[in-house]
Design a protein around this ligand. Structure first.
Ligand code: NAI
Length: 334
């Protein structure tokens, strides 16, 4: 079967997903799209033979659209996802699911009431070859029980609208999700350390920040979130266990030795570093629609990540260690 997809938001990742759904993924066709900046979107619609709508609401309502992909700005996600649930349409929502735990709770309540899982969240690191290998090693017990995790998330430079809160809510949220998935447990407390600030950080932006998390079993995590590395997009993760360590491999790039130097490329952004993960993520989403059984990350995962992000922001503002208060998980999300 070919799923007819409506895409909301045709910026950087929206466009990339439209290309992917058209040229890479099997069993999908983009038939409608919308963006509040019609000047770009109308051209993209023409290029892909899709219908252009002025609003995302019209895309969701279109009876010719089976499923929705939301790739608009963060504050618009929850509203569109709720409308999809009301219309009983499957929706793939780019991260974050909402901009607050409250928005995500509303989505969970709506999905529970509907009685069917419809929502998948775009935490694509779970589909990355390196992270999957890391999880296999942790789960195999080869390094014993994890004790500590050291990670960093470095962007070359942030986007023009980037704020101090977004460092956690928009970027750090990838670490929050992938680490609770890797370790298979929830967080108990969160804290944010301010470090010496980068003089090239944009006006008012606190950068870098260090997120400190403690899980229920006592694993300690430190994650550097650094928006102004200048040298590239660099994601690192090392898990220290009772009898060994495991480190996320760098992506496959050629190691070049020439003129007395050894070098390899560092990617400049997420679209290059995780290109394969996005391909797998969307193919598996389509496959799961065919099987009528959505995979994770679910709305619950989107909620848990948002609660943790909200907690970390509070912890940063107050300069305290805060408890991460996640509500009891309904059996529906097991
Ligand atoms: P962008 O700014 O390049 O594109 C967003 C687009 O959404 C813009 O064209 C904007 O006009 C449009 N838009 C805003 N409000 C809208 C509305 N109400 N209805 C329709 N269109 C609307 O941003 P980018 O980088 O493409 O990010 C989009 C979303 O995807 C963000 O939520 C971001 O967090 C997420 N993202 C996820 C990534 C991942 O690794 N999973 C990577 C990059 C972005």
């Amino acid at each position: 079967m070919e799923w007819k997809i409506g895409v909301i938001g045709t910026g950087a990742i929206g466009r990339d997903h439209i290309r992917r759904l058209t040229n890479v993924v099997h069993g999908a066709k983009v038939v409608a799209l919308s963006d509040i900046r019609p000047e770009n979107a109308a051209g993209i619609a023409k290029e892909y033979g899709a219908v252009f709508y002025e609003t995302g609401e019209e895309v969701i309502r279109d009876p010719n659209v089976d499923v929705i992909l939301v790739a608009s700005w963060d504050p618009t996600h929850a509203g569109y996802v709720l409308q999809c649930i009301r219309e009983r349409k499957y929706v793939f929502c780019e991260k974050p699911l909402g901009v607050s735990a409250k928005e995500c709770r509303n989505i969970i309540d709506a999905e529970l009431q509907c009685g069917k899982r419809l929502v998948q969240v775009g935490f694509m690191r779970r589909y990355d070859r390196g992270y999957r290998a890391l999880k296999e090693i942790i789960d195999s017990g080869k390094i014993g029980a994890p004790l500590m995790v050291h990670c960093c998330h470095r962007n070359r430079i942030p986007g023009p609208q980037h704020t101090t809160d977004m460092t956690i809510k928009n970027s750090g949220i990838h670490e929050i999700d992938v680490l609770r998935w890797l370790l298979g447990e929830e967080y108990e407390t969160g804290q944010v350390l301010t470090v010496k600030q980068n003089r090239s950080a944009q006006d008012g932006l606190e950068d870098p920040q260090i997120m400190l998390l403690k899980t229920g079993s006592g694993v300690r995590i430190d994650a550097e979130i650094n928006m102004n590395s200048h040298y590239g997009y660099d994601i690192q993760c090392e898990v220290v266990g009772e009898k060994g360590t495991a480190r996320l491999p760098d992506p496959n790039t050629i190691l070049l030795k020439t003129d007395g130097t050894r070098s390899c490329q560092i990617y400049s952004d997420w679209s290059e570093r995780f290109i394969e993960a996005y391909d797998i993520e969307l193919q598996q989403w389509i496959d799961s629609l065919n099987q009528g059984a959505l995979q994770r990350p679910s709305a619950w995962d989107g909620y848990a990540a948002c609660v943790t992000a909200d907690t970390l922001i509070q912890a940063r503002l107050k300069g305290t260690i805060e408890p991460v208060l996640i509500r009891e998980k309904p059996a529906f999300y097991e």
